[in-house]
Write a protein that binds this ligand. Structure first.
Ligand SMILES: [Zn+2]
Length: 188
C-alpha cells in the first residue's frame, strides 16, 4: 500500500533563516532585498534566498564585480575559477554600485574572527559582461540562541543574521532551477 505524504504548500524556514528573512545581514544593506518563499517540502531550511534590487532605481539586473587571478585578456574566456571576492554588484540600469560580500568583513569569520581563509582578490576588479537577475542566500548552521549570544557578545550592532556560515550568490535569467552563475563561499 502506498504511503501518502502530506506536503505543505510552501516549505518552512528554520528559526535562524526566518529571522534573517525579516532582518537581513547588514552586509547586504546597499540593496533592496525581497525574501523568496521557500520551495515546497517538509525540511526546515537553514538557507533563505533574497532577490536583489537596486535601491536607487529599482532595477533588478546586475553585473557582478570580481577580482580575476588571470585577466580575461591573458586567460581567454572568464571562468568561475577567475572570480574572486570581494563581490560588488553594479546596477545595469543606473550604474549604482555597492558591496554585497567581502569575506574579510562579512559572515561568521569576517565578523567574529576578523578575516577569512577564502582567497580574496585585490586589484583589477572586473564586472561580468551580461547583467542578470541576482539572488543572495545566506545559510545558518548555528542555532538561534547561540547566534544571538554571539552577536550580543560581539557588540557594535552585530546582528544574528550577520553570522551566516555559508553564502551563495546566484545569477539566473529567467529564475529557475539552472543558474547562469553561482558563487558560494564557506564563511565559518
Ligand atoms: Zn539602479
Amino acid at each position: 500500500m502506498a504511503t501518502q505524504q502530506l506536503k505543505t504548500p510552501a516549505g518552512v524556514l528554520d528559526l535562524e533563516a526566518a529571522l534573517a528573512a525579516t532582518d537581513p545581514p547588514r552586509s547586504f544593506s546597499a540593496f533592496a532585498l525581497t525574501p523568496l518563499e521557500p520551495p515546497p517540502g517538509d525540511d526546515r531550511l537553514e538557507i533563505v534566498h533574497f532577490a536583489v534590487a537596486c535601491k536607487s532605481c529599482g532595477g533588478d539586473a546586475f553585473h557582478i564585480g570580481a577580482h580575476p587571478i588571470v585577466a580575461p585578456a591573458d586567460g581567454g574566456a572568464m571562468d568561475r575559477a577567475n572570480l574572486r571576492p570581494p563581490h560588488r554588484l553594479r546596477c545595469a540600469r543606473c550604474g549604482a554600485t555597492g558591496m554585497l560580500f567581502d569575506p574579510d568583513k562579512d559572515g561568521y569569520n569576517g565578523v567574529l574572527c576578523g578575516g577569512s581563509d577564502q582567497p580574496s582578490g585585490t586589484g583589477g576588479e572586473i564586472f561580468t559582461p551580461t547583467p542578470m537577475k541576482t539572488y543572495v542566500a545566506p545559510t545558518y548552521n548555528v542555532y538561534l540562541p547561540e547566534l544571538q549570544e554571539l552577536a550580543a557578545q560581539a557588540g557594535g550592532g552585530v546582528k544574528p543574521s550577520d553570522l551566516f556560515d555559508w553564502i551563495n550568490i546566484i545569477q539566473a535569467d529567467p529564475p529557475g532551477d539552472t543558474y547562469a552563475l553561482e558563487l558560494d563561499y564557506e564563511c565559518a
